[in-house]
Design a protein around this ligand. Structure first.
Ligand SMILES: Cc1ncc(COP(=O)(O)O)c(C=O)c1O
Length: 407
């Protein structure tokens, strides 16, 4: 069954917005368009339910109920218990809070492992634990390919390591890391695992329960939703780490790592992401059973469409003079987040692409460690072309024509 892109695009108001006509969007890794169910729920919340939730009057009851619905339905898609999912302002902030919790729990001399493939969000907050006497070990990528080799992790592990942090997929290398395999290696050494799923989640929600990490983070503004960070913390770890929230919330797993007051409207609107998964699933004749099965079906539909569109783009850039493709040239091994090192300044190339109706960006995408490690000239930066399942073949053709003109 192929993805019905016309149906898909009909669920995104941006595709019928007059000011965006003729513009092909290739900066999705920065933030996706928002699907209609999320926009509708956000509007309804702000117009009908914008009151303090969880009080007995009707508007408040509905507000609280919708917030609970978002957590319940998204947790079910992710294959975890409802209270193992929490919402925070962003993935960066969620990671920061988690790092405070680990910092309080760990003893000086104990160690954590971070990578140089990650976005700063899953790196800096952990690295700062060195100030508290915690040893930080860096799991390094291959300087030629950007590949993160699980065998190299084994050399970094011993009985002092408490946590291993890595991305499901880097926002510049694009290669999909084998989360289950890596998690098994870390767990065998007695370490917990924290996965940054931000760059992977837009390409289909993972069954986090089955994948196995103890922490899995992603950002809803990249998965067709509002500006929220979603954070799975499995029970054993979440109940063991010290509470970072209000003291009276310490007994509630989903409140322990969200010290800020929650953004009620955005949490409620996050249920629209579950609506969208369900719409895609039923439109394509998918399973009617468990939400995680529907999520898996939609994930596979999205991935198949993306792989089909991605391979011609990779083929077009991989052997071009004066272009270096970062990460794998086989579409099946990566997300459709394509980073190119060029001989010209990448932001200038992005500006040239904009004159051909291509929306893309240049720079370091907060992943400077990964780019420096693979030898990118940081003054020039990289051009990033990222798309998702709602991208059409016509938009890929528009991009290929534009690249021919500007590269
Ligand atoms: C891979 C990756 N991780 C983490 C983040 C940070 O997410 P947030 O903006 O929600 O803090 C980003 C944002 O671009 C990202 O691409």
């Amino acid at each position: 069954m192929a993805l019905d892109t016309e149906f898909v695009r009909g669920q995104f108001p941006a595709f019928s917005e007059p000011s965006l006509q003729g513009q092909a969007f290739f900066e999705n890794a920065g933030g996706s368009y928002t699907c209609a169910p999320v926009v509708d729920r956000l509007t309804r919340y702000y117009t009908q339910r914008k009151v303090q939730p969880y009080a007995p009057y009707e508007a408040s009851r509905l507000a609280g109920e919708e917030m609970d619905e978002a957590r319940t339905r998204m947790a079910a898609i992710l294959g975890v218990e409802t209270d193992e999912l929490s919402f925070g302002p962003s993935t960066t902030q969620n990671t920061y809070v988690l790092a405070q919790a680990f910092g309080a729990w760990m003893q000086p001399g104990e160690a954590i492992v971070v990578t140089n493939q990650d976005h700063e969000a899953n790196s800096g907050p952990w690295r700062r634990l060195a100030d508290r006497g915690i040893e930080v070990r860096e799991w390094q990528i291959d300087p030629a390919t950007g590949h993160l080799n699980p065998e190299d992790l084994e050399d970094l592990l011993d009985e002092t390591v408490r946590l291993v942090c890595f991305p499901h997929c880097s926002n510049v290398v694009g290669e999909i890391n084998p989360v289950t395999e890596i998690t098994a290696i870390a767990h065998a050494a007695g370490a917990f695992v924290c996965v940054d799923g931000v760059s992977y989640a837009p390409h289909g929600f993972a069954n986090v329960g089955r994948l196995g990490p103890d922490i899995y983070l992603f950002s809803a503004y990249k998965t067709y939703g509002p500006h929220q960070g979603l954070m799975v913390i499995r029970r054993t770890l979440g109940e063991m780490l010290p509470n970072q929230g209000h003291v009276f919330n310490g007994g509630s797993l989903y409140k322990r790592f969200t010290p800020a007051g929650p953004d009620h409207a955005q949490i409620a609107a996050s249920a629209g992401m579950a609506d969208y998964v369900d719409m895609l699933c039923s439109h394509h004749g998918g399973p009617t059973g468990k939400p995680s099965e529907r999520g898996a079906f939609v994930h596979d539909l999205m991935r198949a469409h993306e792989i089909e569109l991605l391979q011609p783009l990779l083929d077009a850039v991989k052997d071009r003079n004066a272009v270096r493709l970062i990460g794998p040239s086989d579409a099946a091994l990566r997300a459709p987040t394509v980073t190119l090192a060029l001989t010209r300044n990448a932001e200038e190339v992005a500006a040239d692409l904009a004159t051909h109706g291509i929306m893309a960006g240049g720079g370091d995408f907060y992943a400077g460690r990964a780019l420096r490690a693979v030898g990118v000239n940081m003054d020039a930066g990289v051009l990033r072309l990222s798309f998702t399942h709602y991208t059409s073949k016509a938009e890929i053709d528009q991009l290929l024509t534009a690249l021919d003109r500007v590269l």
